[in-house]
Write a new protein. Structure first.
Lengths: 414, 414
């Protein structure tokens, strides 16, 4: 991709009302644009990151045996009425009437998936069901001030599983927990499993996956020695207490971002909605439901909050929009110009995606500051000073080295 | 994928109110489920087809130099008011108020993309802009009776381009026309370019891409000798007239499905919304806008309408959910059972995706009728009668042949 042709370049000015670090950085670096409070367009760089995150999540979901579907976003009131959430979740849901029909926008999909499942199961042989989708969620957030961390509209991966009994549900619950930890590890995120309240989903405690980050909206209390961790909402102690679990460690508190959650919902939804299967004796029984979310656009924000310095973003390789940012300097010199275009061509021929800063007008200073702001893992420079070689630098290191193109290609492909 | 574990198997009963061929076939074969009139879930088989279509469209859009973004679905009234479409498109748009703010759901994105573009262009060097996304559209259809051909909610690829003058716009318009023809050819669809009315988008005539199909909602009039073709809405002649273009051919009329359209919208939107750039003299001028749509979920329906017989669907290889449907018969015989599981394993090891009917209870008749209904291009059978070989049959041919596994693998990979 030629930077001169990229839609969504780095910008100096961005909406004044943005206070979140992720929003400031992603806006300035040209990954997102703001449509209104809590609602952003993913620009080409942002969409590339989002698609890479989505593909990692897809691979890990498929590995658990889950199957990808796509459920609608516009829902009839009748289905939401079956569990009473049309009323109980009224504050967070967008609801409206058109031509005498009442609709809600998807703020989650439990009721919709249960309507689907009850049409497709008869007996035990049809269970378990494990289906997920990547889809848009809408939530009316009165204070949407955290950039992509908390939007009125955002992308979520939500997985739903239905089982014949609690044991089978808890077995898969453990499988998904492992898959989540693997997913977050692939994104370089250090995640804590935290006990929390079920909110509008269930009266039981549930499990959140929290990343420690100063920009986080949650506060968690956790042990400095064992895996005890609770969300502030349910934690009854205070900082510096002795850990109630291991009785050895001390409790620490920290700001954190919830990147995923897991709800073992049980038979509540199936009972309300008559999602029944015939057991071996032929008795009709409710299925056991669990739901599992990962905030896809929230992950973009989380990575921005965790991986940056005062000069800009620092993308982990697995989700960087491009592995390489190639900078051409002294481009009015025809020899240099043709040399750097050749480097670009050879890299592309080797199936290495490159963001190539081919601007002739911009200064070296401008180009280097854009490189640091955008945060692509490897910077290559071709200029009068690099001679027959190419300057190579990692975004998160200070040293530069001169290498030839073939060593660079092997380094990147390694 | 083991058919025994697939969510969304073939069904005998489907909603009685469905009259469209595509809806009946896709529901019966387990590709979709109906949430409400005009709104469907893509089940695993349907999502696989949709993702393959999406990837073909993505490749062809990228080849034109367009860049992928993702724009929001929930829009503020203020932006729609700038062109007056909040009022003029009221019938088709879902509009509602929440907490004193008024919103609309995306029925298209011209206004939203123009708001984005005006923030990101200054001079000529920022033009042209060519951006597209795959996103959900919502349209209030009073009569949603055509299955996935006309939904209240559907997936569309929409591309928008902004140019400094008409000439540049028309040049790219021709490039996208070619890309569209190539896209539809990759989907095995024979498409006619048809002149049509601009509807709520423009007062000018626009270009539609129409596939001849009995289930189509459009009627087109076209010449049997040249490329003249007009939508019924604007055609002023009648059937059997002499072609007004070549003066030789005869006009024929036929039912057709609009799978794509192209609107050279001009400066209208830019003038209303102040989407301006500085030309060489420094004068601020409005950009020339064009928009280009392809109905992704409508394409699934179109393929179903065009490619089927009385036994079921017949997917083109490029978009089939799996290339191979492997059927195991006589599975209570342990030798056969282990043989067919081995065939499945070897195919998967060769990176060939397989839908494997591993059910022990279903009869041969049931399995074969499911194969024909689902419509995967190649059927393989392993049974007592196939000995050391495997029976091979194409969905759209009658003859079966006995082949060994390695010849089958070369055939599929060819």
């Amino acid at each position: 991709m030629l930077y001169s042709k990229l839609f969504g370049k780095t910008v100096k000015a961005y909406p004044k009302d943005e206070i979140a670090v992720n929003a400031k950085l992603l806006l300035k670096a040209g990954f997102i644009d703001k449509l209104m409070a809590g609602s952003y367009t993913l620009l080409p760089l942002g969409r590339l990151v989002e698609r890479k995150i989505e593909e990692i999540v897809r691979q890990e979901m498929n590995a658990t045996g889950a199957q990808e579907v796509l459920m609608p976003l516009l829902h009839p009131k009748t289905i939401w009425n079956e569990t009473g959430r049309w009323e109980s979740a009224k504050e967070v849901m967008y609801q409206f009437a058109k031509d005498d029909k009442e609709y809600a926008l998807s703020f989650t999909h439990e009721e919709i998936v249960m309507d689907l499942i009850r049409k497709h199961i008869a007996g035990r042989k049809d269970l378990p069901v494990k289906i997920y989708h990547f889809s848009t969620k809408f939530r009316d957030e009165p204070r949407a001030k955290s950039g992509l961390l908390r939007g009125r509209e955002f992308i979520m991966k939500d997985l739903y599983s239905a089982h014949e009994n609690k044991e089978d549900m808890m077995k898969y619950y453990a499988v998904v927990t492992e898959a989540y930890m693997k997913t977050f590890a692939r994104l370089n995120l250090e995640v804590r499993k935290v006990e929390a309240s079920g909110g509008v989903f269930t009266k039981e405690h549930t499990r959140e996956f929290q990343v420690l980050a100063e920009g986080g909206e949650d506060t968690i209390y956790f042990c400095d020695q064992c895996d005890f961790a609770q969300n502030k909402e349910i934690f009854t102690g205070k900082e510096k207490d002795t850990c109630p679990k291991c009785q050895k460690g001390k409790i620490i508190s920290a700001k954190a971002i919830e990147v995923g959650n897991i709800f073992p919902l049980g038979t509540y939804y199936a009972e309300k909605m008559n999602v029944l299967f015939a057991d071996v004796q032929g008795n009709r029984k409710p299925v056991w439901l669990a739901s599992y979310g990962i905030g896809i656009t929230r992950l973009i924000a989380t990575i921005a909050e965790v991986f940056h310095d005062d000069r800009g973003l620092i993308w982990p390789e697995a989700v960087a929009p491009f592995p390489i940012h190639l900078v051409g300097l002294d481009l009015k010199d025809e020899t240099i110009n043709s040399k750097v275009h050749n480097v670009y061509k050879v890299l592309e021929e080797n199936n290495i995606d490159v963001l190539f800063d081919d601007r002739t007008e911009a200064s070296a200073g401008e180009k280097f500051s854009d490189v640091d702001l955008i945060g692509i893992p490897y910077r290559l420079v071709v200029s009068k000073r690099t001679g027959e070689q190419i300057e190579f630098k990692k975004r998160n290191e200070k040293t530069t080295t001169l290498l030839d193109l073939s060593s660079i290609i092997s380094k990147i492909k390694a």
